[in-house]
Design a protein around this ligand. Structure first.
Ligand code: C5P
Length: 294
């Protein structure tokens, strides 16, 4: 008898996100430093005759469009497993946020099925299945902060001398009531005249310099060239970020294609006045969460 399994599916933040150009396949090449948080969803999985999904948040689609079920189908095909599983998703990561919630849930499903089915995939096949599910899935395969390249399928651990500067850092993550569609954000970036890509050599040089400098704080790598197109349309984002800069001395950024933003907080800094400013600007529908990089 196989026991049910509950897995944590962390949210992610893109601390550095350089979109470096458009590829022939329509996707974009990027160089990104991605950290995971100690905040996320929980996926409960138990063996069943067929695959099914229910979720604590009724707004999350429980049908075949959900990446958890897509991951389950892909796992079954790749391992030729004929079993099934009942998934229950405790959803905490907001959708349309650039926090990788759906991608993280999908990777948790692959891990859970490895345990429930007692079938396993070779690491290369697992990485391939994850990449097919979504560009942000492979980054969730290893623990800890990673460097991501290509369209997201090339993932390596961030060297320890830099990872140590991130681990345990306190952050505030906040998102307005609306989300931003990832395809829309990429299309806006590509349509810019000129498109505001960062040269890949420039992205790699900035990253290498930051990794090599033991004195460089986490704040020194913060960058996201998806911000200008998103900020041009969703002006509530830059208005609040500027306020957080001037009133609290924070260095806030957007994560991924948005709409979630984040800022590092010093260990001692009180969060309540920052939360108050966010709620005053974005209203009660805003999502606010304190977390630590893991
Ligand atoms: O891979 P994923 O399904 O998350 O991608 C969603 C959309 O985001 C793609 O269809 C594409 O428009 C855009 N995208 C991109 N380049 C990437 C990742 C995503 O253009 N590296």
């Amino acid at each position: 008898m196989v026991s049910p399994i509950s897995l944590f599916a962390p949210a992610k933040l893109n601390l550095f996100l350089a979109i470096t150009g458009r590829r022939k396949d329509g996707f974009h090449d990027l160089v990104s430093v991605v950290a995971k948080l100690d905040f996320g969803d929980t996926l409960h999985t138990e063996p069943a005759d067929a695959f099914s999904l229910t979720c604590s948040d009724p707004a999350v689609p429980g049908d075949e469009s959900n990446l958890v079920l897509k991951a389950a189908r892909a796992f079954a095909v790749a391992t030729q497993w004929e079993g099934g599983a009942r998934f229950y998703l405790e959803k905490r990561i907001p959708m349309g946020a650039g926090l990788g919630g759906g991608s993280s849930d999908a990777v948790a499903a692959l891990r859970a099925l490895t345990s429930v089915s007692t079938r396993s995939l070779e690491p290369e096949s697992l990485a391939q299945v994850a990449a097919q599910l979504g560009s942000d899935c492979p980054l969730f395969l290893p623990n800890g902060p990673v460097i991501m390249r290509g369209r997201g399928e090339q993932v390596e651990a961030l060297p320890e001398r830099a990872a140590g500067r991130l681990r345990g850092r306190r952050v505030i993550v906040f998102k307005p009531g609306f989300g931003i569609s990832t395809p829309w954000a990429y299309a806006r970036l590509a349509a810019g005249k000129p498109a505001s890509y960062l040269l890949v050599a420039e992205a790699e040089a900035r990253l290498a310099a930051w990794v090599a400098d033991p004195e460089a704080p986490a704040e020194a790598i913060l960058f996201n060239n998806m911000e200008p197109p998103a900020f041009a349309k969703f002006v509530a984002l830059p208005v609040l970020l500027e306020q957080l800069r001037s009133e609290f001395g924070l260095a806030p950024r957007m994560s991924g294609s948005g709409s979630a933003c984040f800022a590092f907080l010093d260990g001692q800094m009180a969060m309540a006045p920052v939360v108050e400013a966010i709620r005053a600007a974005w209203g009660v529908s805003a999502f606010v969460q304190e977390a630590r990089l893991s």
